[in-house]
Design a protein around this ligand. Structure first.
Ligand SMILES: Cc1ncc(COP(=O)(O)O)c(C=O)c1O
Length: 355
Protein backbone atom coordinates (compact mmCIF):
# COMPACT_ATOMS: atom_id res chain seq x y z
CA UNK A 1 0.00 0.00 0.00
CA UNK A 2 1.42 3.42 -0.90
CA UNK A 3 1.82 5.83 1.97
CA UNK A 4 -0.89 8.10 0.66
CA UNK A 5 -3.62 5.53 0.04
CA UNK A 6 -6.39 5.36 2.61
CA UNK A 7 -6.98 2.14 4.59
CA UNK A 8 -10.14 0.18 3.80
CA UNK A 9 -13.15 1.43 5.74
CA UNK A 10 -13.50 -1.84 7.63
CA UNK A 11 -10.16 -1.43 9.41
CA UNK A 12 -11.01 -1.06 13.13
CA UNK A 13 -10.78 2.37 14.74
CA UNK A 14 -8.35 1.07 17.38
CA UNK A 15 -6.02 -0.27 14.68
CA UNK A 16 -6.06 2.98 12.72
CA UNK A 17 -5.35 4.92 15.89
CA UNK A 18 -2.00 3.29 16.69
CA UNK A 19 1.27 3.69 14.81
CA UNK A 20 2.96 0.64 13.33
CA UNK A 21 6.10 -0.49 15.15
CA UNK A 22 8.91 1.49 13.62
CA UNK A 23 12.55 1.70 14.52
CA UNK A 24 14.63 4.60 13.33
CA UNK A 25 17.92 2.97 12.34
CA UNK A 26 20.31 5.42 10.68
CA UNK A 27 23.51 3.98 9.17
CA UNK A 28 25.83 2.78 11.93
CA UNK A 29 28.85 0.60 12.67
CA UNK A 30 27.93 -0.30 16.23
CA UNK A 31 24.41 -1.46 16.98
CA UNK A 32 23.60 -0.71 20.60
CA UNK A 33 19.90 0.13 20.26
CA UNK A 34 17.82 -3.04 20.75
CA UNK A 35 19.20 -4.86 23.78
CA UNK A 36 20.19 -7.83 21.67
CA UNK A 37 23.13 -9.93 22.73
CA UNK A 38 26.37 -8.62 21.23
CA UNK A 39 27.52 -12.23 20.85
CA UNK A 40 26.35 -14.71 18.26
CA UNK A 41 26.19 -18.38 19.33
CA UNK A 42 29.53 -20.17 19.83
CA UNK A 43 30.52 -21.64 16.41
CA UNK A 44 30.54 -25.26 17.70
CA UNK A 45 27.00 -24.92 19.03
CA UNK A 46 25.85 -23.26 15.81
CA UNK A 47 27.36 -26.14 13.81
CA UNK A 48 25.52 -28.68 16.00
CA UNK A 49 22.26 -26.82 15.48
CA UNK A 50 22.77 -26.71 11.72
CA UNK A 51 23.25 -30.48 11.67
CA UNK A 52 20.01 -30.91 13.60
CA UNK A 53 18.15 -28.61 11.24
CA UNK A 54 19.39 -30.59 8.24
CA UNK A 55 17.91 -33.76 9.74
CA UNK A 56 14.44 -32.27 10.27
CA UNK A 57 11.64 -32.96 7.83
CA UNK A 58 10.95 -29.47 6.55
CA UNK A 59 7.90 -30.67 4.61
CA UNK A 60 6.02 -31.61 7.80
CA UNK A 61 4.15 -29.42 10.24
CA UNK A 62 5.86 -29.39 13.62
CA UNK A 63 4.25 -30.40 16.92
CA UNK A 64 1.42 -27.81 17.29
CA UNK A 65 2.75 -26.36 20.53
CA UNK A 66 6.43 -27.39 20.33
CA UNK A 67 6.18 -30.10 23.00
CA UNK A 68 9.86 -31.04 22.92
CA UNK A 69 10.91 -27.49 23.72
CA UNK A 70 8.21 -27.15 26.37
CA UNK A 71 9.55 -30.20 28.13
CA UNK A 72 13.12 -28.99 28.02
CA UNK A 73 12.09 -25.59 29.44
CA UNK A 74 10.06 -27.31 32.17
CA UNK A 75 13.07 -29.42 33.17
CA UNK A 76 15.33 -26.40 33.35
CA UNK A 77 12.87 -24.31 35.37
CA UNK A 78 11.73 -27.10 37.70
CA UNK A 79 8.16 -26.53 36.53
CA UNK A 80 5.59 -28.75 34.81
CA UNK A 81 5.54 -29.04 31.01
CA UNK A 82 1.77 -28.47 30.88
CA UNK A 83 2.45 -25.15 32.60
CA UNK A 84 4.66 -23.91 29.74
CA UNK A 85 3.56 -22.22 26.51
CA UNK A 86 6.06 -21.31 23.79
CA UNK A 87 5.63 -18.94 20.82
CA UNK A 88 7.58 -17.08 18.20
CA UNK A 89 8.77 -14.36 20.56
CA UNK A 90 7.37 -13.20 23.86
CA UNK A 91 5.67 -10.26 22.11
CA UNK A 92 3.25 -12.78 20.60
CA UNK A 93 2.53 -14.12 24.07
CA UNK A 94 1.88 -10.58 25.29
CA UNK A 95 -0.75 -10.32 22.57
CA UNK A 96 -2.19 -13.74 23.47
CA UNK A 97 -2.42 -12.85 27.15
CA UNK A 98 -4.34 -9.69 26.31
CA UNK A 99 -6.67 -11.64 24.01
CA UNK A 100 -7.29 -14.28 26.65
CA UNK A 101 -7.93 -11.96 29.57
CA UNK A 102 -8.66 -8.39 28.70
CA UNK A 103 -10.39 -7.52 25.42
CA UNK A 104 -12.31 -4.33 26.21
CA UNK A 105 -11.27 -4.62 29.84
CA UNK A 106 -8.61 -2.99 32.01
CA UNK A 107 -4.86 -3.43 31.82
CA UNK A 108 -2.52 -2.06 34.48
CA UNK A 109 1.08 -1.21 33.63
CA UNK A 110 3.84 0.72 35.34
CA UNK A 111 4.77 4.07 33.81
CA UNK A 112 7.26 4.08 32.16
CA UNK A 113 7.39 0.53 30.88
CA UNK A 114 7.95 -1.67 27.82
CA UNK A 115 5.89 -0.15 24.99
CA UNK A 116 4.33 -3.34 23.60
CA UNK A 117 1.99 -3.79 26.59
CA UNK A 118 0.32 -0.50 25.81
CA UNK A 119 0.18 -1.21 22.08
CA UNK A 120 -1.71 -4.49 22.53
CA UNK A 121 -3.85 -2.94 25.24
CA UNK A 122 -4.96 -0.25 22.79
CA UNK A 123 -5.47 -2.62 19.86
CA UNK A 124 -7.89 -4.68 21.91
CA UNK A 125 -9.92 -1.73 23.22
CA UNK A 126 -8.70 -1.88 26.78
CA UNK A 127 -8.63 0.88 29.31
CA UNK A 128 -4.99 1.36 30.32
CA UNK A 129 -4.31 2.11 33.94
CA UNK A 130 -0.80 3.54 34.15
CA UNK A 131 0.81 3.46 37.58
CA UNK A 132 3.68 5.95 37.80
CA UNK A 133 7.00 4.65 39.06
CA UNK A 134 8.87 6.77 41.60
CA UNK A 135 11.50 9.26 40.45
CA UNK A 136 14.22 6.60 40.82
CA UNK A 137 11.98 4.13 38.88
CA UNK A 138 11.20 2.03 41.95
CA UNK A 139 7.62 0.80 42.45
CA UNK A 140 5.12 2.99 44.26
CA UNK A 141 3.86 -0.02 46.18
CA UNK A 142 0.93 1.61 47.96
CA UNK A 143 -0.35 3.16 44.76
CA UNK A 144 0.05 -0.11 42.88
CA UNK A 145 -1.78 -2.03 45.59
CA UNK A 146 -4.61 0.46 45.66
CA UNK A 147 -5.03 0.27 41.85
CA UNK A 148 -5.18 -3.52 42.02
CA UNK A 149 -7.76 -3.42 44.79
CA UNK A 150 -9.93 -0.57 43.53
CA UNK A 151 -9.73 -0.74 39.73
CA UNK A 152 -9.41 -4.52 39.58
CA UNK A 153 -7.47 -4.70 36.27
CA UNK A 154 -8.10 -7.88 34.28
CA UNK A 155 -4.42 -8.06 33.45
CA UNK A 156 -1.26 -6.45 34.81
CA UNK A 157 2.18 -6.43 33.16
CA UNK A 158 5.34 -5.80 35.16
CA UNK A 159 8.73 -6.27 33.53
CA UNK A 160 11.37 -7.35 36.07
CA UNK A 161 14.12 -6.22 35.67
CA UNK A 162 12.20 -3.20 34.49
CA UNK A 163 12.41 -1.96 30.91
CA UNK A 164 13.44 0.52 29.65
CA UNK A 165 14.78 1.58 33.05
CA UNK A 166 16.96 -1.44 33.94
CA UNK A 167 16.30 -1.61 37.70
CA UNK A 168 15.13 -4.68 39.59
CA UNK A 169 11.94 -4.53 41.66
CA UNK A 170 12.21 -6.32 45.03
CA UNK A 171 10.76 -9.84 45.08
CA UNK A 172 8.92 -9.03 48.29
CA UNK A 173 7.03 -6.15 46.67
CA UNK A 174 6.14 -8.16 43.58
CA UNK A 175 4.89 -10.98 45.79
CA UNK A 176 2.64 -8.52 47.63
CA UNK A 177 1.21 -7.36 44.30
CA UNK A 178 0.57 -10.88 43.05
CA UNK A 179 -1.19 -11.70 46.31
CA UNK A 180 -3.34 -8.56 46.19
CA UNK A 181 -5.48 -9.77 43.25
CA UNK A 182 -6.84 -12.97 41.82
CA UNK A 183 -6.58 -11.60 38.26
CA UNK A 184 -3.52 -12.37 36.16
CA UNK A 185 -0.24 -10.58 36.80
CA UNK A 186 2.45 -11.15 34.20
CA UNK A 187 6.00 -10.69 35.41
CA UNK A 188 8.03 -10.28 32.24
CA UNK A 189 11.48 -11.68 33.05
CA UNK A 190 13.01 -10.93 29.63
CA UNK A 191 16.28 -9.87 31.30
CA UNK A 192 16.20 -12.49 34.07
CA UNK A 193 19.56 -14.13 33.26
CA UNK A 194 21.29 -10.81 33.95
CA UNK A 195 19.63 -10.28 37.33
CA UNK A 196 19.46 -13.91 38.51
CA UNK A 197 16.23 -13.15 40.37
CA UNK A 198 13.00 -14.88 39.48
CA UNK A 199 9.49 -15.33 40.80
CA UNK A 200 9.28 -18.94 39.51
CA UNK A 201 9.09 -20.42 43.07
CA UNK A 202 5.89 -18.41 43.61
CA UNK A 203 4.10 -20.11 40.70
CA UNK A 204 3.08 -23.07 42.85
CA UNK A 205 1.23 -20.96 45.38
CA UNK A 206 -0.08 -18.10 43.25
CA UNK A 207 -2.39 -19.31 40.53
CA UNK A 208 -2.74 -15.86 38.99
CA UNK A 209 1.02 -15.43 38.36
CA UNK A 210 2.39 -15.80 34.83
CA UNK A 211 6.10 -15.49 34.14
CA UNK A 212 7.26 -14.48 30.69
CA UNK A 213 10.73 -15.15 29.28
CA UNK A 214 12.54 -14.76 25.98
CA UNK A 215 15.49 -16.32 24.15
CA UNK A 216 16.14 -12.96 22.46
CA UNK A 217 18.50 -11.47 25.05
CA UNK A 218 21.02 -13.50 27.09
CA UNK A 219 20.48 -16.60 24.91
CA UNK A 220 21.63 -14.65 21.82
CA UNK A 221 18.66 -15.82 19.75
CA UNK A 222 16.90 -12.58 18.81
CA UNK A 223 16.78 -13.73 15.19
CA UNK A 224 15.15 -17.09 16.00
CA UNK A 225 12.12 -15.46 17.72
CA UNK A 226 11.37 -17.72 20.66
CA UNK A 227 9.64 -16.80 23.91
CA UNK A 228 7.62 -18.62 26.54
CA UNK A 229 5.35 -18.22 29.53
CA UNK A 230 5.16 -20.28 32.72
CA UNK A 231 1.95 -20.53 34.69
CA UNK A 232 -0.61 -22.82 36.22
CA UNK A 233 -1.76 -25.44 33.67
CA UNK A 234 -5.35 -24.17 33.95
CA UNK A 235 -4.20 -20.69 32.84
CA UNK A 236 -1.81 -21.99 30.17
CA UNK A 237 -4.56 -24.15 28.62
CA UNK A 238 -6.77 -21.08 28.16
CA UNK A 239 -4.03 -18.84 26.73
CA UNK A 240 -3.07 -21.67 24.38
CA UNK A 241 -6.52 -21.44 22.77
CA UNK A 242 -5.85 -17.93 21.44
CA UNK A 243 -2.33 -18.73 20.23
CA UNK A 244 -2.38 -20.10 16.68
CA UNK A 245 -1.17 -23.71 16.51
CA UNK A 246 2.23 -24.20 14.81
CA UNK A 247 3.09 -20.59 15.61
CA UNK A 248 6.60 -21.66 16.62
CA UNK A 249 8.23 -23.10 13.51
CA UNK A 250 10.15 -26.37 13.68
CA UNK A 251 13.48 -24.68 12.93
CA UNK A 252 13.30 -22.14 15.74
CA UNK A 253 12.03 -24.77 18.17
CA UNK A 254 15.05 -26.96 17.36
CA UNK A 255 17.43 -24.00 17.69
CA UNK A 256 16.08 -23.11 21.14
CA UNK A 257 16.02 -26.72 22.32
CA UNK A 258 19.64 -27.31 21.35
CA UNK A 259 20.73 -23.98 22.82
CA UNK A 260 19.06 -24.91 26.11
CA UNK A 261 20.92 -28.20 26.19
CA UNK A 262 24.27 -26.33 26.05
CA UNK A 263 23.36 -23.21 27.96
CA UNK A 264 26.87 -22.77 29.44
CA UNK A 265 27.53 -20.04 26.85
CA UNK A 266 24.79 -17.94 28.47
CA UNK A 267 26.69 -17.81 31.78
CA UNK A 268 29.75 -16.47 29.96
CA UNK A 269 27.70 -13.78 28.25
CA UNK A 270 26.03 -12.78 31.51
CA UNK A 271 29.41 -12.51 33.27
CA UNK A 272 30.98 -10.43 30.54
CA UNK A 273 27.94 -8.16 30.22
CA UNK A 274 28.00 -7.60 34.01
CA UNK A 275 31.65 -6.54 33.94
CA UNK A 276 31.20 -4.32 30.91
CA UNK A 277 28.03 -2.76 32.28
CA UNK A 278 29.88 -1.74 35.42
CA UNK A 279 32.60 -0.04 33.35
CA UNK A 280 30.10 1.78 31.14
CA UNK A 281 28.16 2.83 34.24
CA UNK A 282 31.28 4.25 35.90
CA UNK A 283 32.47 6.02 32.76
CA UNK A 284 29.06 7.61 32.11
CA UNK A 285 28.70 8.63 35.76
CA UNK A 286 32.01 10.52 35.52
CA UNK A 287 30.70 12.73 32.72
CA UNK A 288 29.26 16.16 33.59
CA UNK A 289 25.52 16.65 33.06
CA UNK A 290 24.75 12.93 32.79
CA UNK A 291 22.49 11.09 35.22
CA UNK A 292 22.94 7.32 35.00
CA UNK A 293 20.44 4.80 36.34
CA UNK A 294 21.56 1.49 37.91
CA UNK A 295 20.84 -1.56 35.77
CA UNK A 296 20.52 -5.31 36.28
CA UNK A 297 20.15 -5.92 32.54
CA UNK A 298 22.25 -5.72 29.36
CA UNK A 299 21.44 -2.02 28.88
CA UNK A 300 21.83 1.28 30.69
CA UNK A 301 19.42 4.21 30.80
CA UNK A 302 20.87 7.68 31.21
CA UNK A 303 19.63 11.25 31.17
CA UNK A 304 21.34 14.12 29.42
CA UNK A 305 20.34 17.73 28.91
CA UNK A 306 20.35 17.39 25.13
CA UNK A 307 19.24 13.91 24.07
CA UNK A 308 18.78 14.84 20.39
CA UNK A 309 22.25 16.34 20.10
CA UNK A 310 23.86 13.39 21.90
CA UNK A 311 21.95 10.83 19.81
CA UNK A 312 22.91 12.51 16.53
CA UNK A 313 26.54 12.99 17.51
CA UNK A 314 26.78 9.29 18.42
CA UNK A 315 25.26 8.31 15.07
CA UNK A 316 27.88 10.48 13.38
CA UNK A 317 30.52 8.55 15.32
CA UNK A 318 28.95 5.29 14.03
CA UNK A 319 27.25 4.33 17.31
CA UNK A 320 23.51 3.71 17.26
CA UNK A 321 21.75 3.84 20.64
CA UNK A 322 18.03 4.41 21.43
CA UNK A 323 16.37 7.71 22.14
CA UNK A 324 13.65 6.79 24.65
CA UNK A 325 13.05 10.39 25.73
CA UNK A 326 9.34 10.58 26.34
CA UNK A 327 6.77 11.97 28.78
CA UNK A 328 7.62 13.10 32.27
CA UNK A 329 9.53 10.18 33.73
CA UNK A 330 11.75 9.44 30.69
CA UNK A 331 12.32 13.07 29.76
CA UNK A 332 15.74 13.51 28.08
CA UNK A 333 16.57 9.82 28.46
CA UNK A 334 18.70 7.68 26.17
CA UNK A 335 19.33 3.94 26.41
CA UNK A 336 22.45 2.09 25.39
CA UNK A 337 22.82 -1.68 25.03
CA UNK A 338 26.00 -3.20 26.43
CA UNK A 339 28.00 -4.36 23.44
CA UNK A 340 31.34 -6.06 22.98
CA UNK A 341 34.20 -4.44 24.95
CA UNK A 342 35.50 -2.66 21.84
CA UNK A 343 32.05 -1.24 21.09
CA UNK A 344 31.57 -0.06 24.65
CA UNK A 345 34.96 1.71 24.55
CA UNK A 346 33.96 3.46 21.30
CA UNK A 347 30.65 4.53 22.82
CA UNK A 348 32.35 5.92 25.92
CA UNK A 349 35.00 7.69 23.84
CA UNK A 350 32.29 9.33 21.71
CA UNK A 351 30.42 10.38 24.87
CA UNK A 352 33.60 11.84 26.40
CA UNK A 353 34.29 13.81 23.24
CA UNK A 354 30.82 15.26 23.43
CA UNK A 355 31.05 16.64 26.92
C1 LIG B 1 10.69 -6.28 28.67
C2 LIG B 1 10.73 -6.94 27.34
N1 LIG B 1 9.88 -7.94 27.09
C3 LIG B 1 9.86 -8.57 25.90
C4 LIG B 1 10.73 -8.19 24.88
C5 LIG B 1 10.64 -8.85 23.54
O1 LIG B 1 10.91 -10.17 23.57
P1 LIG B 1 10.78 -11.09 22.26
O2 LIG B 1 11.98 -10.79 21.43
O3 LIG B 1 10.77 -12.48 22.81
O4 LIG B 1 9.50 -10.75 21.58
C6 LIG B 1 11.63 -7.16 25.10
C7 LIG B 1 12.54 -6.76 24.01
O5 LIG B 1 13.15 -5.74 23.96
C8 LIG B 1 11.63 -6.52 26.35
O6 LIG B 1 12.46 -5.50 26.59
Amino acid sequence: MSRKSKPAVSIRREVRAVSAYHLNQPVHRMKLNQNESAYDLPPALKARILKKLAKLQWNRYPSPYADGLRERIAQREGWRADGVLVANGSNVLTQSLVMATAVGGKIAIPDPTFSLYELYGRLFKNQLVKIPLQKDFSLDLDRFLSVLKQKKPDLTFIPNPSAPTGNLFPKKELTQLVKATSNIIVVDEAYYPFSGETLVPLLKRQHNLVIMRTFSKAFSLGGARVGYILGQPAVIQEVQKVLPPFCLNALSAAVAETALSSAGYVDKIVKEVGQEREQVFQALSALPGIEVFPSMTNFILFRTREPERVFKALVKAGVLIRNVSDGKRLKNCLRVTIGKPRENRQFIKAMQQLS
